[in-house]
Design a protein around this ligand. Structure first.
Ligand code: N2P
Length: 597
């Protein structure tokens, strides 16, 4: 029997143990142990964005704890007198605990939009209070049940007002329960990802939301380090709460509780104080792997501002968020085809070209395109291709999309998690345009994707190059820049634009209509147009820059790298993704069917 129990516990704790162990691994990949190091902790603690998210988490958790514990205590007191209706109240109390978090998150976003509340710190606190009151009430009530009501009555018989009796007699007796509730609520709030990701908007990035966005831009062991700290801290808080509920003395529970909070607060001691002029901010919503932190820091320093960065991996995700209407972004980076949609819906702010003196650096071939004549709304940022990167030693030479349908590569194939790109690959095999709106062709493409699905290891649009580097897959569909970086780390990897042709994208910076900081947004766009900055952005991210002055500054090796700047005949094979109008609904439905079947 103990052996079975041990196995169950191993099953429960193995992932956590691996996480903790690898936070001390000096290698980058989780596939091999390369020696002990604390470097990832140092890197995590030195990360300003991480510290900012920690500050947000702590502020939210403290506010949530104060509000929820107060309301929970009051509710527990009230419920003592519920009498016959008690069962009903109990059910209502359990409901928020049982409702799936995604449902809660989605419904809160609707509610906030309906009452006109902007997403931000306040909505996060409201949401956290919403889901934690029940927990607080249940914990305090358990303690209240063991109280002798005669004590409170005696106090009132001796002349104390009900309020006085509560504070002088009842509350001290309840204190361990109230503290346990507070610790539990604090831990729940610090930990929450799902609900928070719905209601955070910009500038309210909590630690879990930040960790998730770190995962998107590549798995760094620094994430393991942060996660280990978060794990340790919440475990201590929950242990303290549990000990109090078991009747441990306050002093015994205090030590783990204080330690738990100290672990979260420690990075502040290490921090150099909040970033400069925190009230001047720019909210940037851009593709993952499109700008390096060091480049943002240059802008922050030059303008004494803070840049809030949010990332997305598909145009559709970005559109959905912007169209929902209650987010405060200053900068977006859509591809050409969603720009048409955004312009048509009146969601973009006309640019003041006089505030963009460095626009002259852009190669005229990328300007005045049909999707935005005269560049009234958009300035090109990156262009590039989608293609296949593969491990030469495993699959030999590849020149066709057919490799992604080859049963010999079962379980070793990764495809982008992007309707236009996956359908695009299938359509190219069919010899069709990837901008087709023909339902019959799209149905054929869907059948192909369904046939391919058993071979596919993952649909991933964020850190697909890491999955290839780790050796988990041998062939990956993806966008060129991240593959150009991967090839540098591992020369066994090659990138090809298949002979059937592929997709071409042109992504631009735009300012949404309701941008709270339009002037700063113009300054940012112009900053990215400066030759040195555009060259730095291209050299760090490895997507292709439309900035002619920047290209001249690039090292020859980068300019000659075909994964970054493909030769003209290869570009000629590729087709620019364009707006498919109403058919976007069809693409979306067919793609959802592929993924859910
Ligand atoms: C970067 C994705 C490239 C953008 N993560 C494709 N439009």
């Amino acid at each position: 029997m103990p052996a079975v129990a041990a196995l169950v516990y191993l099953f429960l704790y193995a992932p956590l143990l691996v996480l903790v162990a690898f936070s001390f691994n000096s290698g980058r990949l989780a596939s091999s142990w390369e020696g002990f190091t604390l470097a990832w902790y140092a890197q995590a603690l030195a990360d300003e964005r991480l510290q900012a998210s920690l500050r947000t988490s702590l502020a939210v958790a403290l506010a949530t704890t104060a509000i929820s514990t107060a309301i929970g205590t009051a509710a527990a007191m009230g419920l003592r007198r519920a009498g016959r209706t008690r069962a009903g109240w109990d059910a209502f109390l359990a409901l928020p605990i049982l409702v799936p978090e995604v449902v809660l998150g989605a419904s809160l976003v609707l509610l906030f939009a309906a009452v006109g509340l902007r997403l931000g710190m306040a909505t996060v606190v409201l949401a956290h209070v919403g889901f934690s009151i029940s927990y607080a009430t249940v914990v305090v009530r358990a303690r209240a049940a063991s109280l002798d009501p005669a004590l409170e009555e005696a106090a009132m018989d001796l002349g104390a007002s009900p309020l006085r009796a509560f504070f002088a007699v009842t509350l001290p007796a309840l204190a361990p329960g109230v503290l346990a509730a507070a610790l539990l609520v604090f831990a729940l709030s610090v930990d929450d990802y799902v609900v928070t990701s719905f209601v955070a908007g910009v500038g309210a990035t909590t630690l879990p939301v930040h960790i998730y966005s770190m995962v998107k831009s590549g798995v760094s062991p620094a994430i393991n380090a942060v996660s280990t700290l978060l794990l340790l801290s919440t475990s201590l808080l929950l242990f303290a709460a549990w000990a109090l509920e078991q009747g441990a003395r306050m002093r015994v529970a205090l030590a783990p509780a204080v330690l738990g909070i100290a672990i979260l607060a420690a990075p502040f001691a290490a921090s150099r104080g909040p970033a400069a002029a925190a009230d001047r901010v720019l909210n940037v919503y851009i593709w993952s792997n499109y700008i390096a932190p060091q480049t943002l820091r240059k802008f922050e320093q030059r303008h004494q501002v803070r840049v809030n960065l949010d990332l997305y991996d598909t145009n559709e995700a970005m559109l959905a968020k912007v169209q929902s209407g209650n987010v405060d972004y200053d900068i977006l980076c859509p591809s050409n085809y969603p720009i048409e949609v955004l312009i048509a819906q009146g969601l973009l702010r006309p640019l003041d070209l006089s505030a963009l003196p460095h626009l002259v650096n852009v190669d005229p071939a990328f300007l005045d395109r049909p999707y935005d004549r005269g560049n009234r709304f958009s300035v090109p940022y990156f262009w590039g291709t989608a293609g296949i990167a593969y491990r030469r030693s495993k699959v030999g030479p590849v020149d066709s999309w057919a490799a992604m349908w080859d049963p010999r590569h079962r379980g070793r194939i990764l495809m982008l998690d992007d309707a236009r790109e996956t359908f695009g690959a299938a359509l190219k095999i069919l010899g069709a345009s990837l901008n087709t709106t023909d339902p019959a062709l799209l149905a054929r493409a869907q059948r192909m994707l369904l046939e391919q699905k058993p071979l596919v290891r993952a649909y991933n649009s964020s850190n697909y190059e890491d999955v290839l580097l780790s050796g988990d897959v041998w062939l990956a569909q993806g966008w060129n820049g991240q593959f150009a970086r991967a090839i540098e780390q591992d020369p066994d990897i090659a990138y090809v634009i298949p002979k059937e042709g592929s997709s071409l994208f042109l992504d631009s910076l735009v300012i949404p209509i309701g941008a709270p900081h339009p002037e700063l947004a113009h300054a940012f766009i112009d900053f990215t147009l400066e030759a040195e900055i555009a060259a730095e952005i291209c050299a760090t991210m490895r997507y292709s820059t439309p900035n002619a002055a920047a290209v001249r500054l690039l090292p020859a090796a980068l300019r000659a790298n075909p994964a970054i700047f493909p030769p003209p005949d290869v570009v000629a094979r590729a087709e620019l993704l364009e707006d498919v109008g109403e058919a976007v609904v069809l693409y979306d439905r067919l793609w959802t069917e592929v993924k859910s079947r």
